[in-house]
Write a protein that binds this ligand. Sequence first.
Ligand code: KG4
Ligand code: ZN
Length: 342
Amino acid sequence: MPTLLAIESSCDETAVSIVRGETGRATEVLASEVSSQIELHRVHGGVVPELASRNHSLRLRPLVEQALEHAELKVSDLDAFAATIGPGLASSLLIGSTAAKAMACATGKPFIAINHLEGHLLSPFVGETRVPPHLALIISGGHTLLLNVEGPGRYEKLGGTRDDAAGEAYDKVGKMLGLPYPGGPEIEKTAHEGDPTAFAFPRSMLHDPHDDFSFSGLKTAVLYTLQDLGDPAEVLMDRKKVADLSASFQQAVIEILVGKTLRAARRGGHRLVALSGGVSLNQTLRKAFEAAGSRHGVRIAFAPPALCTDNAAMIAFAGLLRHLSGEVSRLDGDIDPNLRLA
Ligand code: KG4
Ligand code: ZN
């Protein structure tokens, strides 16, 4: 059965995965190694591109060896190599894609270029036998995208963010509230002790007729509220206030995402909505989607937690589907930091 190794290095995670599968069968993940750089970037409050690429090049080779060891395979056992070629940080994308191309060259096997967003989009289906038609919502640190999916490779964009991505809003608000980077999981934790109705933050574009999103007004509303509450240094010492701000912010994000996605699902006659990307790890958001889905007879599919944040198994899965359909990418193809999905 075809076996493929994939590399993901678009941002601050270096990841290598090996998968095996064939058409009509659930793909087997033989190895999925992730080396996170979160600790390295935390002191800077965000990702520093130069640091990220240097660390990708340091960590990649041991990670490839580790993946091969876990899968109990040799490089010569592999049938194809895939890598993320965009969107992402140029210097980071170059490390992973060059390494995958080098392995393809050395072994004479095909190279397959993968769009990071396609990896996220397909991640809820890694353990399934096929990718059925559905509505996909990708909510990550860099993207908020709503797409009509007819099948692998057949994507139609319905809407996206006009400013900040959902995860980016979480991270920026987390920073404002004095929480560690990345803000998403920290806000989720803090929000558990807060009142989601304490502050009436805007639900931007919720009732607009289009499928686009906007989160920067919400972020600014949190900032102004914080300033109105008094000396920010003092307000941030007040655990209850920070929890209320976190919970109210999170409630607004969830209502916007659930409201707009379920409306698009009903309009398009979708019975399945698949969520992916780091923000889809959020348990409060998952519960809100499930509740709204069951009210409207729509099934909500999520990626397994390990496949929500950046990983190479989702890239390997996307690569395997393309390999099985006979696709090969050029070795002289470039990376594209602004690559679009649809
Ligand atoms: O998909 P991902 O790893 O990276 C991108 O491709 O962008 O997503 C990372 C994003 C960050 O913004 C992070 O704050 C957010 O996902 N995130 C969360 C949670 N866990 C991670 N946001 C909300 N709640 C969470 N539990
Ligand atoms: Zn991602």
